[in-house]
Design a protein around this ligand. Structure first.
Ligand code: B12
Length: 294
């Protein structure tokens, strides 16, 4: 029913059914005016002032890919989960718009907004930061899908941290799901211990070292003090001796290679994985772990 004057009725149950039938594992709905905000704040209504509802979707990763010996196998799986999510979001948005509701898919993947300058101080960040147009983890918590664990990832009762997220903003007035309390993160600290750059502590996630390791596999950040530069440059040289960073970056541009998912891999949450989670989980190779002597 394209361009109908009166929007056709649509409800949460029907919409969820459509989404599940596309292969999406979890769906939740939040009130667009009542999203939990993150920092920097990203209210749904800044993207679409008339938005009434935020539909959050999750697709589980293949656990075999999470525990694969090389991170690139996971990277590929991640891309496929993003594709399934983005394709579903696209189809659902078209359907909603045909029913008269302006709708906006918020991709599971990049691009994200890149900040060289700290908007609060006007000064250059030591390390460039990135923010999504909508924080998908916070949107998922807003609709009772799960909680944010010590690893700074969304944990769901079903899949723990092993899912990819995507969202749809829509004018459709859908019934929102209630927020829920969970105790999925048992504070085991495995994520803190597993992080190759110590980015996680009990109460925070230090985004800068995480970003540098995730992007390049470098365990050190460009130093602030002049006297630390020789050590940093020597680390870069060790990487360059063993790695062709130019060819690697070409591959990254094409397939969005990640260098680390350790905080996700070691997390024991997720009831769906109880029977199939491998007991032995050898650490995963990546661009960073190829260099063992630094
Ligand atoms: C940018 C980004 C990154 C960046 C920066 C992460 C970050 N913490 O900011 C990098 C590349 C490092 C990264 C790493 C990872 N990411 Co990421 N990432 C995103 C993205 C696109 C936006 C994140 C965002 O805006 N979050 C909102 C902020 C508030 O959340 P936050 O992390 O809690 O808070 C940080 C910021 O506020 C930042 N910060 C502090 N001050 C300032 C100031 C400014 C100006 C800025 C910009 C930021 C900033 O520091 C905070 C804490 O350190 C989202 C997708 C999305 N649109 O949500 C995926 C997403 C969060 N990532 C995801 C994943 C899986 C990962 C990784 C495992 C890597 C990987 N291989 O995929 C790691 C996990 C790191 C971790 N433990 O947090 C998944 C999480 C799924 C889940 N189950 O929760 C998401 C949701 C993608 C998706 N579609 O599913 N990610």
């Amino acid at each position: 029913m394209i361009n109908s004057a009166e929007p056709a009725p649509i409800n949460s149950a029907t919409l969820k059914q459509w989404i599940h039938s596309s292969g999406v594992d979890l769906v939740g709905i939040a009130d667009a005016a009542d999203l939990i905000l993150s920092y920097p704040p990203r209210p749904a209504t800044a993207l679409m002032p008339s938005a009434r509802s935020v539909v959050v979707m999750a697709v589980a990763h293949s656990l075999g890919a999470v525990y694969s010996p090389h991170i690139m196998l996971w990277t590929r799986n991640k891309m496929q989960t993003s594709r399934l999510l983005d394709e579903t979001a696209e189809k659902i948005c078209r359907t909603l718009e045909q029913k008269g509701f302006l709708s906006l898919p918020v991709s599971a993947d990049k691009p994200a907004e890149i900040f060289k300058i700290n908007p609060e101080t006007g000064k250059k960040f030591r390390q460039t930061r990135a923010a999504g147009f909508l924080s998908l983890k916070h949107a998922a918590v807003s609709c009772g899908m799960g909680e944010i664990g010590r690893n700074n990832l969304l944990l769901t009762p079903e899949f723990g941290p092993h899912q990819r997220l995507c969202a749809i903003l829509t004018e459709a007035p859908l019934e929102a799901d209630a927020r829920r309390e969970f105790n999925l993160c048992n504070g085991c600290d495995r994520c803190m211990k597993a992080c190759p750059v110590g980015a996680l502590s009990r109460d925070r996630h230090d985004v800068d070292p995480c970003f540098v390791y995730w992007s390049y596999g470098f365990k050190k950040m460009p130093p602030g003090r002049l006297r630390d530069w020789p050590g940093f440059l020597s680390m870069i040289l060790k990487h360059l001796r063993r790695r062709d960073m130019l060819v690697e970056s070409g591959q990254t541009y094409i397939t969005d290679v990640d260098n680390c998912i350790e905080c996700m891999r070691v997390c024991p949450a997720g009831s769906m994985w109880k029977g199939i989670r491998p007991a032995a989980r050898p650490s995963q190779r990546s661009g960073g772990t190829e260099i063992t002597d630094i």
